[in-house]
Structures are given as C-alpha cells and as structure tokens.
Design a protein around this ligand. Structure first.
Ligand SMILES: NC(=O)c1ccc[n+]([C@@H]2O[C@H](COP(=O)([O-])OP(=O)(O)OC[C@H]3O[C@@H](n4cnc5c(N)ncnc54)[C@H](O)[C@@H]3O)[C@@H](O)[C@H]2O)c1
Length: 272
C-alpha cells in the first residue's frame, strides 16, 4: 500500500476525522482520487470500514473518538508507522450538539459539544504538530463553519466551538509558521448531510429531503453537497497552497455570512 501516481495529493498521507459520513466521507473520496493515502478516522466503524474498502488500497479505516487524546495520538502514530509520514491532518469530526435556548442548555450537553467540536480539533492539531514540526512540513485543515465567523447561524454551543476552532487555528498558524507547518480553516455553509438533516428536520436520515429544500432556496437551484467542498479542502492541504497559512476560507455561496452581515442587501433579488 502507499500513494502513487498523479494527482494534486500524489504521495501524501492524510488523516481525516469524521470520515465515515457527510463532508469527511466526500473529502476522503476526493483525496484518494487525487493520489493520497487516506486514513479514515471515525466512531462509526461499519460505515467507515465500508467506505475505506470501496476506496481501494489507498484507504484504511481507523476507529477514533476525537474526544480521546490517546485515540487521536494513535491514528497520527499509525499514519507515520504504516506510511512513513503524516502530510495532512483534516480535523472534521463533528456533531450538531446542544440546541435550544441558552437559559435551559444543560452544562453536560455544552461540555459534550465542545469536547467533540473544539477539544477534538485541539487534539488533532496538537498531535499533527508533534510529528510535522520535526519534519518542518505539513498541513493542518480544521473544518469550522460559517457559524465560526458569524454569530446567529447555528446553535450557541456549536457557534462557540466553531469560533474557538477559528481562533485556535489562527493562533497555532502563527507558531507553526516557523517550522514550515500550515494551519487553515475551511468554513462551510450548510450542505446536505446527516448533521444538517438532524438540524432541519430532527431526523439525520432525511438528507435527500434537506437537499431538495436547499435546492428550492438556492439562488442557482442547485443544492450544496459535501463534494462541493472537497476541491477547496484538496487545495488547502496541497502544496499549491504553500503560502496560505492561518486563513479561513468561507465556502457558502455568499448565502450566509455576507447575507447575514448586510443590513439590507443591495443585490437582494436576481438580476433581470
Ligand atoms: N453539514 C453542514 O452543513 C456543515 C456546515 C458547516 C460545517 N460543518 C462541519 O463539517 C463537519 C462534518 O459534518 P457533516 O455535516 O459531514 O456531519 P455528519 O454527521 O455527516 O458527519 C460527522 C462525522 O463525524 C463523526 N463523529 C462525531 N463525533 C465523533 C467523535 N467523537 N469522534 C470521531 N468521529 C466523530 C460522525 O460519526 C460522522 O461520521 C463538522 O465539523 C461540522 O460541524 C458541516
């Protein structure tokens, strides 16, 4: 096994957390298609293993709970042991977490949300830096959200965690620039996945229904899907992005962050 051939990620070893479903699954598929060897890390073993098998020899599933530092350290060490190196770490695992009014948000739900969305990213960033810094090479990509750059676009705990992901990534980028390691954020707007389906309908399986309703509300009539983020992620972890460090790439079709910041949008209807 080992990454061979051509592609924008040819020869690279990449760990993707939350790779069994949604955005992480789309990333793993694209990274392998672009020549990478991919370790798919998730708590959903059956789905993750099935996806890894379908991707062939350059994909392996690894059980990882990102709230467990020993699990995250282990997948990083496994990448180095089996493939000789870790070129990119994509901290993507997530959940919707605590919802509802702040006055009734249980502390336990708050802590669980931050454990996955923020502490999980901390562990991934920490252990990637541990092996990348001595090699003076590597790329860390943390999946934030439009809710990480603008309040009011998600539940409170989710929003707080995603703002934390942006802050952590930018802080770490200023340190790791001295050792040739980059850390960036991708901040997607809503795309149709089980997470969004749960948020919109209460049923994580209602992905097609959510995609159809997104298509109806989309200015282009096209529903944003996980694969629509895969090109941006590929670019950010590729050598083409060597000078991009500490950045937050918003990928929301201008439907969320700009829309919510504008008091009144000048372009508030389609051109005639
Ligand atoms: N779907 C969207 O609209 C959207 C928008 C912006 C940001 N995001 C972010 O993208 C990321 C992926 O979300 P998605 O929409 O693909 O959701 P999803 O539910 O389809 O996938 C999330 C994956 O993370 C895994 N996961 C959850 N907790 C974990 C843990 N403790 N350890 C390891 N894996 C764990 C799940 O098993 C699942 O496979 C999340 O960080 C999410 O916040 C999603």
């Amino acid at each position: 096994m080992g990454a061979t051939g051509t592609g924008r990620l040819a020869g690279k070893t990449v760990v993707v957390t939350g790779a069994a479903s949604g955005i992480g699954a789309a990333f793993a598929q694209r990274f392998v298609a672009e020549g990478a060897t991919c370790l798919l890390a998730d708590v959903q073993d059956e789905m993750g293993e099935a996806l890894a098998r379908s991707l062939g020899d350059n994909a392996v599933f690894h059980h990882v709970d990102v709230t467990r530092e020993d699990h995250v350290a282990d997948v990083v060490d496994t990448a180095c042991r089996r493939f000789g190196t870790l070129d990119a770490m994509v901290n993507n695992a997530g959940l919707l977490g605590a919802t509802g009014p702040i006055a009734t948000t249980p502390a336990e739900d708050w802590h669980r949300t931050l454990a996955v969305l923020l502490t999980g990213v901390f562990f991934g960033t920490k252990h990637a830096a541990r092996v990348m810094a001595p090699r003076r090479a590597g790329a860390i990509l943390n999946v934030a959200s439009t809710a990480g750059v603008q309040g009011g676009l998600g539940p409170h705990a989710y929003t707080a965690a995603k703002h934390g992901v942006v802050g952590l990534t930018q802080s770490v980028a200023t340190e790791l620039r001295f050792v040739g390691v980059r850390a960036n954020c991708l901040a997607p707007g809503a795309v149709a996945t089980p997470l969004t389906a749960l948020a919109v309908t209460g049923d994580p399986a209602a992905v097609d229904q959510v995609a159809a309703s997104m298509a109806r509300r989309s200015p282009t009539g096209r529903p944003p899907l996980p694969d629509d983020l895969a090109g941006a992620a590929t670019f950010l972890i590729s050598d083409e992005a060597w000078y991009i460090n500490g950045s937050v790439l918003v990928a929301d079709g201008a439907n969320e962050v700009l829309q919510s910041r504008a008091h009144r949008q000048y372009h508030d209807s389609p051109p005639t």
